[in-house]
Design a protein around this ligand. Structure first.
Ligand code: HEC
Ligand code: HEC
Length: 477
């Protein structure tokens, strides 16, 4: 019974240990205590917290920020803090006093200051429309590498152990003594040796599998980016954990086989057990219950109204389940909280959302690039018009003058149009050019840019300049 108590204590110790670690976890604390009113890098109910500590330190109030967080109103009332007075009217909501220790606050502020938004890597194209390429969702390679070393050591140790045991089995099988025994039990012979071969084959193939897999870890050209020499992905870690577990299984199996062989080598009578007998054995393995005839040996001494208690062992099936939960918990905590090889739900959700946003943006910008002279629409938003203006200034004023009043090219601000007043007409002229001197722009501008500059042209107010050319159209809004 003591054994289980020890195990439980160990399990609790592990849990308490992680609790302690999470007490220093600035991200967690920030989310739990401050995030309702503060954001890291944006003002919300409260001001952004990134750089707050620096700000207070610069003002010579680095220590007062602790007092502020613990009791803002008291600090304001004391009048000794300039920073408190400066920030107190930031929001009509007062900051509530926070229950945090100095260490916790350090952890929070440290988290906040070192936080970098998980942004998408974007490559800005010349027109300023950013096209998203990939989400930067990278595992922590340094941490993975450490884990990799451990798991690799585990694999090596297990393989050595397996080799030792399988060698012992081989020696045993080869020994004359064993051969003689085997002949005595001819019936069993074939099945055991095939199992040995099968197991050896399995181990061998596992080793070769593992080798070839490890080769794919190497990635050239990453070294100069301050990356560890080996880029271990999370999936590799999972793979290695599985290999470890598998090898452990094989080892246990071989050990048992070895024991069986030793058993066989010893002189004994082999009695074929009837099925009921076997069931009984399985049952007793699972429950470890003492047979009714033997119960007096485990009867406890107390008695209440004739009711007495048996001191049975805990049923092994239950104990195994208990062990399984402990192992599961350890793996879970390692995975999600300590090594953080996997993401917790919120982080996983955020990553999914970030990815989805990039997909959506990519889709939208692709759709935007799809415009042509049949689908162009007049843009009216300020950013499109100002991009259009910039494009106009670099590409068009040589011939149309800065206000569009015309010079080599016609006046673009009047009501007269040679090729039509619609944005689609303009799009086509700008894109393809004309025979009378308007150059094509398809090779210089992308469809979005053409649409922007056409919209800008249509937004130009009338400026007297070159005399009208083309037909008169009603002024278009
Ligand atoms: C109930 C909302 C609320 C919560 C929760 C909250 N704050 Fe605040 N905090 C504010 C407001 C509002 C201000 C601005 C002062 C004001 O308007 O009274 C502020 C100001 C601050 C400032 C000063 C910033 C500056 O630029 O000078 C710091 C530092 C700060 N909070 C830290 C924290 C920390 C750390 C936590 C979590 C432990 C936290 N706050 C939790 C609302 C909150
Ligand atoms: C090399 C000089 C030149 C440049 C550069 C030039 N244009 Fe033109 N543009 C012309 C000429 C010449 C015409 C008249 C073409 C015709 O009559 O066929 C014209 C015609 C046009 C028309 C048709 C006007 C109408 O009445 O239908 C539009 C719209 C136009 N230009 C816009 C632009 C824009 C926008 C740019 C810059 C992206 C630009 N142009 C750059 C010379 C130029």
């Amino acid at each position: 019974m003591k054994k289980y108590i020890k195990i439980s204590v160990a399990a609790i110790a592990i849990l308490v240990g992680t609790q302690h670690i999470s007490a220093q976890d600035g991200a967690g604390l920030f989310k739990a205590k401050c995030n309702t009113c503060h954001m890291v890098d944006k003002n919300s109910t409260g001001p952004l917290l990134k750089g707050a500590k620096q700000k207070w330190t610069d003002a010579g109030e680095g220590e007062l920020i602790y007092e502020w967080v613990k009791n803002p109103q008291a600090l304001i009332a004391s009048g000794k803090s300039q920073m408190a007075n400066a920030i107190k009217s930031f929001s009509p909501t007062d900051m509530t006093p926070q229950v945090v220790s100095n260490e916790e606050l350090d952890a929070i502020l440290n988290y906040v200051d070192t936080y970098t938004a998980p942004v998408a890597a974007t490559t800005a194209s010349p027109d300023g429309t950013a096209t998203a390429t990939e989400v930067v969702v990278k595992p922590d390679y340094t941490e993975n590498l450490t884990l990799f070393y451990w798991l690799f050591t585990g694999i090596v140790v297990l393989i050595i152990a397996i080799l030792i045991i399988s060698n012992s089995i081989k020696t045993l099988i080869k020994s004359d003594y064993f051969k003689k025994k085997l002949e005595e039990q001819a019936s069993k012979k074939s099945s055991t040796s095939t199992t040995v071969i099968a197991v050896l084959l399995a181990v061998g193939s596992l080793m070769s599998l593992n080798n070839s897999y490890a080769l794919t870890f190497m990635k050239a050209g990453e070294a100069e980016k301050g990356m560890p020499w080996l880029m271990v992905e999370n999936s590799d870690i999972y793979f290695m954990i599985s290999v470890n577990i598998l090898l452990l299984g094989v080892l246990i199996y071989l050990k048992r086989m070895f024991n069986d062989f030793m058993q066989m080598a010893r002189p004994q009578k082999v009695v074929e057990k009837p099925v009921a007998e076997k069931m009984k054995k399985i049952n007793s393995i699972l429950t470890d219950a003492v047979a009714i005839e033997e119960e007096h040996t485990i009867l406890m001494h107390h008695e209440y109204d004739g009711i007495r208690e048996l001191d049975n062992n805990l049923p092994p099936w239950w104990v195994w389940g208990f062990y399984a939960t402990i192992i599961f918990a350890v793996i879970y905590i390692l995975n999600f909280h300590l090594l953080q090889t996997s993401d917790l739900q919120i982080k996983a959700y955020d990553k999914e959302m970030a990815k989805a946003k990039i997909d959506i943006d990519a889709y939208l910008s692709k759709m935007a690039m799809n415009v042509d002279e049949t689908t162009a629409t007049q843009l009216t938003d300020a950013t499109a018009i100002s991009s259009g203006k910039a494009i106009f200034e670099t590409n068009c004023i040589a011939c149309h003058k800065s206000k569009g009043e015309g010079d080599i090219g016609p006046n673009l601000t009047d009501e007269y149009w040679i090729y039509g007043p619609d944005v689609k007409n303009l799009f086509k002229t700008i894109k393809l050019g004309t025979a009378n001197g308007m150059p094509e722009h398809a090779s210089k501008l992308n469809p979005v840019q053409i649409q922007q500059v056409a919209s800008f042209v249509l937004s130009l107010p009338y400026t007297a300049g070159k005399e009208p050319a083309g037909e008169k159209y009603a002024k278009k809004k």
